[in-house]
Write a protein that binds this ligand. Structure first.
Ligand code: 5GP
Ligand code: ZN
Length: 115
């Protein structure tokens, strides 16, 4: 738990969120400012500030985030039409909350390249 980390507080239940999945390692909840009809954030319970802070041994955890997003997309009926998964790393990429999170966006057509 990092002091003053919003997503650690959500993971601990100190800040409310609409949870769509949780287990001992990861948590997924609705984004408060959805950028698509379906917009969920998948986070590790353990605090990691950015992708730059991953350490040897975190590969399985990152894979679990991605596999969890894929499973949630499927459960919510978005597998066939498709969905987007995004990690923003640092401010230049638009990261505003410094606890890694995988965006899962679905329910509309996505454009490429992203903004
Ligand atoms: P980033 O810009 O860091 O990649 O994404 C952070 C995301 O967290 C944004 O999409 C933002 O809407 C979301 N967010 C920020 N504060 C809260 C909050 O208090 N609750 C929830 N559920 N999402 C939040
Ligand atoms: Zn945190």
């Amino acid at each position: 738990m990092a002091d003053d980390c919003l997503f650690c507080k959500i993971a601990n239940g100190d800040v409310p969120a609409t949870i769509v999945h949780e287990d001992d390692q990861v948590l997924a909840f609705e984004d408060i400012s959805a950028q698509a009809p379906f917009h969920v954030l998948v986070i590790p319970r353990r605090h990691i500030s950015t992708l730059n802070d991953l350490q040897d041994g975190d590969e399985t955890l990152v894979g679990t985030l991605i596999a969890t997003a894929a499973r949630i997309a499927k459960e919510h009926g978005h597998a066939q039409d498709g969905y987007r998964t995004v990690f923003n790393c640092n401010r230049g990429a638009g990261q505003t909350v410094f606890h890694i999170h995988l965006h899962l966006l679905a329910g509309r057509n996505m454009t490429w390249p992203p903004g």
